[in-house]
Design a protein around this ligand. Structure first.
Ligand code: JFZ
Length: 438
């Protein structure tokens, strides 16, 4: 009898596993995954009522201000009244994105503060009901994206510092918020699924959902299968990714890395060593903040960002570069400048980025490789010497040329592989690209 019980238990567990791993992406999802990998470059947008605070004079504070400054809900709820982005021009945003050479936008529909930047019907804690602006910015942006051929993804925070039913509380959004020490977790998940339903039904075809916040309660019952199923049922093509910093769960369509190249962990929280076969994406800030911060002038140079984008491509990962628009609705001019430089670079060198997959040689100190069909692009980002030794390729080399002027690259076989001659005068300060035809 006992054995039978064990058997039944085992079968139930096994079935549960089957139910989870049962996900097979729809044809349109697979198509979108290819599109995604070809697209390579997108704009991340962190925009919410926290922009009004502009970081509050601190460098490391922006969209987290409610938690970092321990602002109770009662006071934080005053912010929407100051949020009036009258200079928001979606046509301008999307034009900037296009000029930057980006193919998609991922924008916060709701961040950890729980405030919906769209016309949500399940909660009036949203931009339409509570700001003087009174308009749905996601809707406006989506319409413009459709016009200009840009895909739109929605960031959605599973973590919520405002909803009373987000209980038991997690690592953040604790007692300072002033919520009662009670709540119905399942009601919160239902609420979340309803908001997601809104996002997947009222905005036409979207690129996908970029989840964040599970890390706040790693052991909670998130009912992921249900949520993922819901999304895939509503829009089979929509791609799901989650910033949980662990190996992808069944039902996810891409894997993301926050401020680190896949496999690296300079941030300390990218502990997963699993790099899945799913499409990959790395997100990065232009300064040190996601949301708008008035004091954070720690801008990365366009050279630095281009090189990171190239390295990401060398890992087969997209580069999702962030901006935190100002409370007036404008994108910071410093960020626009950087994006224009990147766009000019991509106009010239995009062939070696767009539509490529990771190359045969893993990115390292000197640079990275990408590949498209019979062409391997060697991106030399940092090389003092005039020679570069790369491992032998398993295909015969037809010829090697410099991308910039088409001239031939001298090379010879070495013990370990191939030595490429890269004279100083052929070097490009950002990325010296060599084209290997195989
Ligand atoms: C998360 C958000 O908290 C942040 O505001 C932003 O949206 C970013 C893209 O994603 O960042 C995190 C999340 C979790 C950890 C660190 C940064 N963590 O668990 O260490």
């Amino acid at each position: 009898m006992k054995n039978l019980n064990y058997l039944i238990m085992f079968l139930l567990l096994a079935m549960n596993t089957v139910a989870q791993t049962d996900y097979s992406p729809a044809p349109e999802n697979l198509k979108n995954r290819e599109w995604f990998q070809d697209a390579k470059f997108g704009l991340f947008v962190h925009w919410g009522v926290y922009a009004v605070m502009a970081g509050g004079g601190d460098q490391g504070v922006a969209e987290w201000i409610m938690n970092q400054k321990q602002i109770p809900i009662e006071q934080y709820e005053k912010l929407p009244a100051f949020f009036n982005p009258t200079s928001f021009d979606p046509a301008e945003w999307v034009a900037i994105v296009k000029k930057a050479g980006m193919q998609y936008i991922t924008i916060t529909s709701k961040h950890h503060d729980g405030f919906a930047m769209y016309d949500s019907k399940v909660s009036d804690y949203n931009i339409v009901d509570q700001t003087p602006y009174g308009k749905d910015v996601l809707k406006q942006l989506k319409d413009e994206c459709d016009k200009q051929g840009i895909k739109l993804f929605f960031y959605y925070s599973q973590l919520d510092w405002h909803h009373p039913d987000y209980f038991p509380r997690g690592r953040t959004g604790k007692d300072f918020t002033g919520r009662p020490q009670s709540g119905d977790w399942n009601k919160y998940i239902d609420y979340m699924n309803t908001q997601l339903t809104e996002l997947l039904t009222n905005y036409g075809e979207i690129g996908g959902i970029w989840f964040d916040g599970m890390w706040d309660k790693p052991d909670a019952e998130w009912r992921l299968e249900e949520t993922y199923q819901l999304i895939h049922d509503l829009q089979p093509g929509a791609m799901i990714g989650s910033n949980h910093h662990i190996a992808p769960f069944p039902g996810e369509d891409f894997q993301m890395f926050e401020r680190d190249l896949p496999g690296e962990n300079t941030m300390g929280f990218n502990k997963t060593e699993t790099i899945s076969d799913l499409p990959l994406e790395m997100c990065e800030t232009m300064n040190g903040s996601w949301g708008f911060n008035l004091k954070d002038n720690n801008y990365k140079s366009s050279k630095q960002l281009i090189q990171t984008m190239v390295k990401a491509a060398g890992h087969g990962a997209n580069f999702l570069l962030n901006t935190g628009p100002m409370p007036n609705g404008k994108i910071q001019p410093e960020n626009v400048d950087t994006l224009m430089v990147m766009g000019r670079w991509l106009k010239q060198y995009g062939e070696a980025i767009y539509g490529t997959r990771k190359g045969p040689i893993r990115p390292s100190e000197w640079g990275a490789t990408t590949q498209k069909g019979n062409i391997i692009y060697v991106h030399v980002l940092d090389l003092e010497q005039e020679q570069l030794e790369i491992p032998a390729l398993d295909r015969k080399i037809k010829k090697i040329t410099f991308f910039d002027d088409g001239s031939k690259v001298k090379f010879k076989k070495s013990e370990k592989g191939i030595v490429l001659e890269i004279p100083s005068e052929k070097k490009n300060t950002i990325d010296t690209i060599l084209k290997i035809e195989i």
